[in-house]
Design a protein around this ligand. Structure first.
Ligand SMILES: Cc1ncc(C[n+]2csc(CCOP(=O)(O)OP(=O)(O)O)c2C)c(N)n1
Ligand SMILES: [Mg+2]
Length: 332
């Protein structure tokens, strides 16, 4: 853990630990449900990467917006999205956050500032910039955060967004979750250099490359970036290095889109962000009994959410054409 962040209060670290553990336990259950054939939507699990969503979102207010992609269960939960609505969405039910039309890759929770996750790689980066532009034009102090993968930085959207955000000094934080893979392709097969954060300098944007498994470091780096954005300083690019424990899509440990996975996983599992935070909490004097209480609480919450998802109805065929355009035939 970073020494710079040692002054973070145990209560804050405990709350981020709880957020990470919640994401982990919920996704492990989702993985089992996918394996059992009960959840059919493709699920891209974020297990192993939880510290980034937890550390960044711990700095945000409900009025700040976040934007995500195909691997966004963690973003949804860390920003305060309703777990019942998320699970119902994964079941394709009308009680889901996208009314059962979107599945795992189209999560929304506008009530807490999550305006969209979209599986078109890099698609929401410019949307986050648009939200930041709106915030600036309205003289608000809302910040927007764009979460995306390393693969997304190879899309033109990423560079265009950085350019525009820098030019207008927009309050947006670009958070790259660099897990070294875009599906089965390692970063070394896709880029001449492993230097994503350096794209910031090209556009005159402050940028940092950090350990994305160290939740305190993520929290503190994001805090500085967010304060900078709120005070009119403009955007920041954060490259958070991490690793996903499961395959690109689905619960498998050993396969990435049909190919055998690289063997780095064992090393990364020794750097489990949740275990790292737990060790730090114990050092700060929090008892293991106190920490142990979180697990059963989350399991109960997941059971209740699952019961809600299972009992929820599928969308009705006659509602198929509703909710396509704003203001036109919205379903109740
Ligand atoms: C524009 C576009 N191109 C290709 C795809 C297929 N695709 C889905 S996820 C993915 C890899 C994305 O990798 P990364 O951005 O690093 O995110 P990660 O899956 O590692 O979280 C690709 C190529 C897509 N969804 N959209
Ligand atoms: Mg990736």
């Amino acid at each position: 853990m970073s020494t710079e962040t040692n002054n973070v209060k145990p209560a804050l670290l405990q709350s981020m630990y709880q957020t990470m553990l919640r994401i982990r336990l919920i996704e492990e259950r989702v993985a089992d449900l996918v394996e059992a054939g009960e959840i059919l939507t493709p699920c891209h699990l974020t297990i192993g990467q939880e510290a980034i969503a937890a550390g960044v979102c711990a700095n945000l207010k409900p009025t700040d917006s976040i934007w995500g992609g195909h691997r966004s269960h963690g973003h949804y939960l860390a920003k305060g999205g309703d777990i019942k609505k998320m699970l119902a969405e994964l079941f394709g039910k009308a009680g889901g956050c996208s009314k059962g039309r979107g599945g795992s890759m189209h999560l929304v929770a506008p009530e807490v500032g999550l305006f969209g996750t979209v599986p078109l790689v890099a698609a929401t980066i410019p949307l986050a910039v648009g939200a930041a532009m709106a915030s600036k034009l309205r003289n608000e102090v809302a910040v927007s955060v764009s979460f995306f993968g390393d693969g997304a930085t190879e899309e033109g959207h990423f560079h265009e967004s950085l350019n525009l955000a820098a030019l207008y000094r927009l309050p947006v934080i670009f958070v790259c979750e660099n897990n070294f893979y875009a599906s089965h392709m390692h970063i070394s097969e896709r880029r001449a250099k492993d230097n994503i954060f350096k794209a910031g300098a090209t556009h005159g944007i402050p940028a940092e490359q950090i350990d994305g498994n160290d939740v305190l470091l993520v929290y503190d780096t994001a805090r500085r970036a967010i304060e900078h954005a709120r005070s009119g300083g403009g955007p920041t690019l954060l490259e958070c290095r991490t690793y996903r424990w499961r395959g690109h899509v689905g619960p498998a440990w050993d396969l990435d889109v049909g190919l055998k996975r690289n063997d780095d996983l064992k090393g990364w599992m020794k750097r489990d962000p949740i275990e790292m935070a737990r060790t730090e909490l114990i050092k700060l004097g929090v008892s293991s009994e106190q920490l142990g209480g979180i697990d059963p609480e989350v399991r109960e919450e997941v059971d209740a959410a699952l019961a809600f998802a299972r009992a929820s109805q599928y969308p009705l065929p006659e509602e198929l054409l509703k909710n396509l355009f704003v203001g036109e035939g919205e379903a109740q």
